[in-house]
Design a protein around this ligand. Structure first.
Ligand SMILES: CC(C)(COP(=O)(O)OP(=O)(O)OC[C@H]1O[C@@H](n2cnc3c(N)ncnc32)[C@H](O)[C@@H]1OP(=O)(O)O)[C@@H](O)C(=O)NCCC(=O)NCCSC(=O)C[C@H](O)C(=O)O
Ligand SMILES: [Mg+2]
Length: 358
């Protein structure tokens, strides 16, 4: 076994030095496309300009007889496209599949210089990350890459959830984790056939009034994913990596998609997947803090000076802890503003207005 001191040493001679910190880059949406679908592939250069992350999917949703075409399609698109500040990711096939070895070998050697992150599906435990970690290092060395490719795990098995903390800590390559609610539901034998979102049967009911058990009792639908998302967020944040909500499969239901994304945002996720162009704007809206929230955060930070002590603002107590909460929002806003001039001016305008009243 390697010593803990070796954690940050390359796993192959000639592989690039692993990163010590995962850089925060705007990651509001991971936009999935099928590289074997000529219509979708043709849209990639344009879509890439409007998303934070674009992902060439090789796993589920790609037919078995299109796997090789999808892999080659991604190589061709990556070589032909300048992605600018947009991150290029891929989702490889599962580690027990007949395609994954060629996925990794081809992608790292042919487009490793363009790939930011490799998403690994159906991760069961840290040993899955150790396997891809070493293999990627060998391939990076072969391709003479200068920058390490990062790894993102999909949380979509009961065993993966049970070991999520070990997965998050498995390698310096670990960039983040996404919830995969469809596979996770199947793995856990949950009785929902939906891809993410709630279920009308999962509810709480108000108590009866008097003896009548059937009349006048409100029901409230509950969040099936609260436990898993919260656990994933803790595992990620305590290991310095980024948590994401995954897919919302009812493309028509943009309202419930927005709700699901917002729940994840409020619980600490940095982004979600978009499966269809219509979901890109939803993710952008939800995962960018509201200008009024940013203005409030900046107001509190200004009033708190060095961040210690307590002050009252608009009747609300602020102290060291609320100062830190506000830093989370303000720092996210600054990172997004660097990428998005429209957001930058909306944030500055709201802040000026808020500060003018102080
Ligand atoms: C879901 C889709 C199959 C729907 O496609 P389609 O029927 O073609 O929809 P539209 O007619 O509304 O499409 C309008 C045009 O937009 C293009 N399009 C559609 N989706 C995309 C996209 N993702 N990127 C780029 N362009 C897209 C269509 O080609 C149409 O173009 P045109 O005809 O020229 O106007 C489809 O959206 C799709 O396949 N999406 C991706 C699905 C996917 O990646 N699924 C896997 C991720 S979810 C998962 O794996 C579960 C998870 O792991 C878990 O376990 O929870
Ligand atoms: Mg899945």
């Amino acid at each position: 076994m390697r010593s803990p001191k070796d954690f940050f040493k390359p796993l192959a001679i000639g592989a690039p030095q692993p990163v010590r910190e995962i850089p925060f880059r705007p990651s509001r949406m991971i936009h999935f496309f099928d590289p074997s679908n000529p219509k979708m592939a043709a849209k990639v250069p344009d879509i890439a300009k409007g998303v934070d992350i674009i992902l060439g999917n090789l796993e589920d949703a790609i037919q078995a007889d299109r796997k090789v075409a999808a892999r080659q399609g991604l190589v061709d698109i990556a070589k032909a496209t300048d992605f600018g500040a947009t991150q290029l990711w891929t989702r490889i096939n599962s580690l027990d599949s007949p395609w994954v070895l060629d996925d990794l070998t081809t992608l790292v050697t042919e487009i490793g210089d363009k790939l930011d992150v490799i998403m690994v599906p159906k991760v069961e435990g840290p040993e899955d990350i150790h396997y891809v970690d070493r293999l990627i290092a060998q391939l990076e060395a072969r391709a003479k890459l200068e920058r390490p490719i990062l790894v993102h795990a999909l949380l979509e098995t009961a065993s993966g959830v049970r070991r999520v903390e070990e997965i998050a800590a498995a390698s310096p390559r670990m960039q983040g984790i996404s919830l995969g609610p469809a596979d996770l539901a199947a793995s856990r034998r949950m009785k929902t056939t939906r891809v993410g979102g709630g279920h009308p049967g999962y509810l709480v009911r108000t108590d009866p009034v008097g003896d009548d058990l059937s009349e006048g009792r409100q029901t409230y639908q509950q969040d099936l994913w609260h436990y898993t998302v919260s656990r994933m967020v803790d595992a990620c944040v305590s290991n310095g990596i980024l948590p994401f909500y995954g897919p919302f499969g009812d493309i028509r239901d943009t309202v419930a998609c927005e709700d699901q994304f917002r729940n994840a945002y409020l619980l600490g996720c940095v982004g979600a997947w978009s499966l269809h162009p219509v979901q890109i704007a939803i993710a952008k809206k939800v995962f960018s803090p509201e200008p009024s929230e940013v203005a409030w955060a900046r107001r509190v930070i200004k009033a708190m000076g060095d961040g210690t002590g307590a002050v009252m603002i608009d009747g609300k107590m602020q102290d060291d802890a609320t100062y830190k909460q506000c830093l989370v929002v303000a720092e996210l806003a600054d990172a997004l503003a660097d990428r998005d001039p429209e957001l930058a001016s909306a944030y500055d305008k709201a802040t000026e207005e808020a500060l003018a009243n102080d």
